[in-house]
Design a protein around this ligand. Structure first.
Ligand code: SF4
Length: 183
């Protein structure tokens, strides 16, 4: 049976060392490569490109990335929360494996979001603490994967809509620890 064994690890969010939330990384000996298009078909609102080999989605709290050999879950409080989320994914993966004959696989599924969507979640004060001239310029830079959301300290300190910002990044397939300049 798929995902019979796995190893779950909790890590700090490197770009947000003061955050009380943690990331979870779950690794497994199974290779989900062939199953990913079927799992993607079962998750409404996910983003998946077969060539990239990762399903990304946002469950209103966590950004979840399902890779062939690992799954990442952002913003968990502890191991039991991560375990609970992952066990639902295990059920989903087993359902997909059992019904491959009846599920139409999805090889390219995108939720279209852009800088304006991210901009709407930012404080909107143009305070320049992020070294960008405006919040809009910052949003554009993030969506080009050239910066880290954590550079907007007002957002981290409760101004704006942090959960909404993470949702936009999740929909765009940009997770906090995927951003090459994060940290
Ligand atoms: S730090 Fe945040 S609020 Fe200030 S300009 Fe940058 S994006 Fe806007």
């Amino acid at each position: 049976m798929v995902l019979e064994t796995y190893h779950l690890e909790i890590t700090n969010i490197e770009c947000m060392p003061t955050s009380t939330k943690r990331n979870a990384v779950v690794t497994y000996p199974d290779d989900l490569s062939e199953l990913l298009p079927y799992i993607a078909a079962l998750i409404p609102g996910c983003t998946y490109q077969h060539a990239a080999g990762v399903i990304n989605y946002f469950d209103s709290v966590h950004i979840i990335g399902i890779y062939p050999k690992k799954t990442t879950i952002t913003a968990v409080m502890d191991e039991s929360e991560a375990e609970e989320i992952f066990k639902k994914l295990v059920e989903l993966a087993r359902d997909a494996a059992a019904r491959m004959d009846e599920i139409t696989p999805v090889f390219d599924k995108r939720i279209t979001v852009g800088p304006l969507d991210l901009f709407k979640t930012l404080p909107g004060t143009n305070c320049r603490l992020c070294d960008e001239p405006t919040c809009m310029a910052f949003a554009a830079k993030i969506m080009r994967r050239q910066g880290a959301l954590s550079l907007c300290t007002p957002l981290l300190n409760g101004e704006g809509d942090l959960a909404g910002a993470e949702a936009v990044l999740g929909a765009a397939g940009i997770s906090l620890d995927q951003n090459p300049e994060t940290g």
